[in-house]
Write a protein that binds this ligand. Structure first.
Ligand code: ATP
Length: 449
């Protein structure tokens, strides 16, 4: 049956990246426009899954914003040459910024080579070379196209290799008809939607800091983006916001956003490469120091080596948690490795902090006077204690140990929502059961409007 249904069709994965720049555009918009054009002629091309919106290593310095790459899995009666030509033309048309170093990769077939999956995994936490991407593209006879320096080929290939097999989320991204008109959705509506639709949707509104999270601020065509657990969830939340002025249309993407996927990598303190992301377990070897501006710095070590950790000002509560650490605490620290500078050594910029074993915080106090219950005064080293009030004196009394409550406990600490990265897994998502996904082919038309 499946065979008959697929007769006459060709299967492709198309990955593309780096079509935007800080002066406008957004690769998701290119994806939206491509899908609209492709689906216009019914029965010729169909999507095999929601478009994949893959966030790559967030600590890559040359990203424009959120290091996104896109992949479409399609079934089409078009030839390989026609599909490649279609996407190459659309990239030429949209990626006009002199800063867009676009890449396009076309892979024929449903199965993705292991090497490509493995490349995609490493692209989540390390710096990948364009040369390696080109070699893999050549080895598996994929078609490719590069604009300017072609760095987008890395993201294009990685987006094909990340199949979102495990945890994943969805994002409904709506686009503006006129990119120059200001985005406007009433605050009330957003706050109500955010409360009503949580946890089915998340990261809509940061109540603690009164910050709207669904509206971007740049010159790109995105009107708003709603993240959630299911396509239905994000659609319903979007409907809560309608009508919205200046709305061109929207598309639902399946994504690794909100999964914390980049932190699954174990950082090696013997060889922590600048710009890599991941997690390491270590013991605090230098008490936290709070520097000017409120930034907190401390050092951890394990059998492999040591590294300074930094928690910066905008991450208010998170920073307080880091400041509460002390020497000897065992912690799990996650984040990105910052390159050493003339001012700072190589540093782990923290995105997550989990104390695993905390030292007890003990202070020694002078004993109390058994007569009047005030603290005794020391008479000098090994001289004992005396009461200033009633002249009680003792040579044998000793200081008492008082165990104080630590300001932190063994739980997960992370920056507030307003400082989250696209890949940051919000706290509540750590409690979710493993997710399964089946592609609902019948719904294809509802994904894009
Ligand atoms: P937006 O979020 O608006 O789509 P962006 O932040 O995705 O923009 P891009 O303009 O796409 O930024 O630039 C990111 C560049 O970094 C791309 O060329 C991509 O191929 C490349 N890149 C992504 N991940 C890696 C990696 N792990 N190693 C090397 N290069 C990478």
């Amino acid at each position: 049956m499946l065979c008959n249904m697929n007769q006459g069709y060709n299967f492709f994965h198309v990955g593309f990246d780096d079509t935007d720049s800080s002066d406008g555009m957004c690769t998701t918009f290119l994806c939206y426009s491509a899908v609209k054009r492709l689906l216009k002629k019914k029965g010729i091309t169909e999507l095999l899954d929601y478009p994949h919106l893959i966030r790559l290593n967030p600590n890559i310095p040359w990203k424009t914003r959120g290091n996104a790459a896109l992949c479409l899995a399609i079934r089409t009666t078009l030839s390989r040459e026609a599909v490649f030509e279609f996407f190459r033309n659309i990239i030429k048309e949209f990626a006009t910024s002199p800063r867009a170093n676009s890449g396009l990769v076309l892979h024929e077939g449903l199965a993705i080579p292991n090497e490509v999956e493995e490349f995609a995994t490493r692209a989540l936490f390390s710096v990948m070379s364009l040369r390696e991407a080109r070699t893999i593209v050549g080895k598996f006879r994929m078609d490719s196209y590069e604009l300017r320096n072609g760095q987008g080929l890395v993201g294009a290939l990685a987006s094909i290799g990340n199949l979102l097999r495990n945890d994943h989320t969805f994002e409904l991204i709506a686009y503006r008809r006129e990119a120059r008109r200001k985005r406007h959705i009433e605050l009330d509506k957003i706050v109500r939607m955010s409360e009503r639709r949580f946890p089915e949707t998340f990261s809509n509104y940061d109540r603690d800091h009164r910050r709207v999270m669904i509206l971007p601020h740049g010159p790109d065509p995105v009107l708003c983006g709603i993240r959630g657990e299911t396509p239905e969830g994000v659609s319903e939340a979007f409907r809560d916001l309608l009508p919205i002025g200046n709305l061109l249309g929207y598309m639902i993407f399946r994504s690794n956003q909100g999964t914390g996927e980049h932190l699954a990598h174990r950082l090696d303190l013997n060889n922590a490469m600048p710009y890599s992301s991941g997690t390491v377990v270590g013991s605090v070897i230098e008490d936290p120091m709070i520097e000017r501006g409120g930034h907190v710095f401390f050092k951890i070590a394990n059998a492999k080596g040591e590294i300074s950790c930094a928690c910066y000002e905008p991450t208010a509560e998170f920073r307080k948690a880091a400041a509460g650490l002390m020497r000897g605490d065992i912690i799990e620290a996650s984040g990105g490795i910052r390159k050493p500078t003339s001012l700072h050594p190589k540093m782990l910029n923290l995105e997550l902090l989990k104390p695993m074993r905390l030292q007890s915080l003990v202070t020694l106090a002078n004993p109390k006077c058994p007569v009047c219950n005030v603290a005794l005064k020391s008479k000098g080293k090994n001289q004992g204690f005396a009461c200033e009030k009633c002249s009680y004196s003792s040579k044998t009394s000793e200081k008492t140990r008082i165990e104080r409550k630590r300001s932190i406990s063994p739980k997960l600490y992370m920056p507030p929502m307003k400082a989250h990265r696209h890949l940051t897994r919000p706290l509540h998502r750590y409690l979710l059961p493993p997710k399964e996904f089946k592609i609902p082919v019948e719904l294809i038309d509802a994904w894009v409007q």
